[in-house]
Write a protein of this length. Structure first.
Length: 134
C-alpha cells in the first residue's frame, strides 16, 4: 500500500506483503485521520484484520476465528490489535468502519448460520484501545 501526500507531492510505501495468501482481502477502512484497516485471509475459520498507522507505518494484526462447521455453536472469537479477547454469538458477515460525533468505530455485521441478521458488534477506537460498546 502506498500513501500519496498531496501537499508535499510525495509518496511512501506503508505496507508490503510477501505472503500471497495474506494479501489484502477487502477495501480499506479509515479509523480517524491516521489509521486504516483491511481484512486478510488466514485459513478456514479465520480472518485476519490488519491495522496500519499511515503516518508511522506501524502495523498490528487482529484475528477473527469461528467454526466452519454448521452443526457447531454460532460463535465468533475476536482478538483485537491490542491483544484483548472478545466472544460473541453469530458469524461476522461484514466488517466496516464508521464515524459518529468525531468517534471512530469498527463494526461487525453479524448473521446466524441461516443467514438471519443479528445485533451488530461495535467497537469504539480510542487510538490505543478498542472498547465494545454493546
Amino acid at each position: 500500500l502506498i500513501v500519496f501526500d498531496f501537499q508535499r507531492n510525495t509518496y511512501q510505501e506503508i505496507y508490503n506483503s510477501e505472503f500471497s495468501s495474506w494479501d489484502v482481502g477487502s477495501k480499506l477502512h479509515w479509523l480517524g485521520d491516521d489509521n486504516i484497516f483491511f481484512t486478510r485471509h488466514c485459513g478456514t475459520g479465520c480472518q485476519g484484520i490488519t491495522f496500519v498507522n499511515v503516518e508511522s507505518g506501524e502495523t498490528r494484526t487482529a484475528g477473527l476465528s469461528f467454526s466452519p462447521f454448521l452443526d457447531e455453536k454460532e460463535k465468533t472469537y475476536f482478538t483485537d490489535w491490542f491483544s484483548h479477547e472478545f466472544e460473541f454469538s453469530g458469524f461476522v458477515d461484514e466488517i466496516l468502519s464508521e464515524t459518529k460525533n468525531n468517534h471512530s468505530y469498527v463494526v461487525f455485521k453479524m448473521k446466524d448460520n441461516k443467514g438471519n441478521y443479528l445485533a451488530e458488534q461495535r467497537f469504539l477506537f480510542t487510538g490505543n484501545f478498542l472498547k465494545n460498546t454493546n
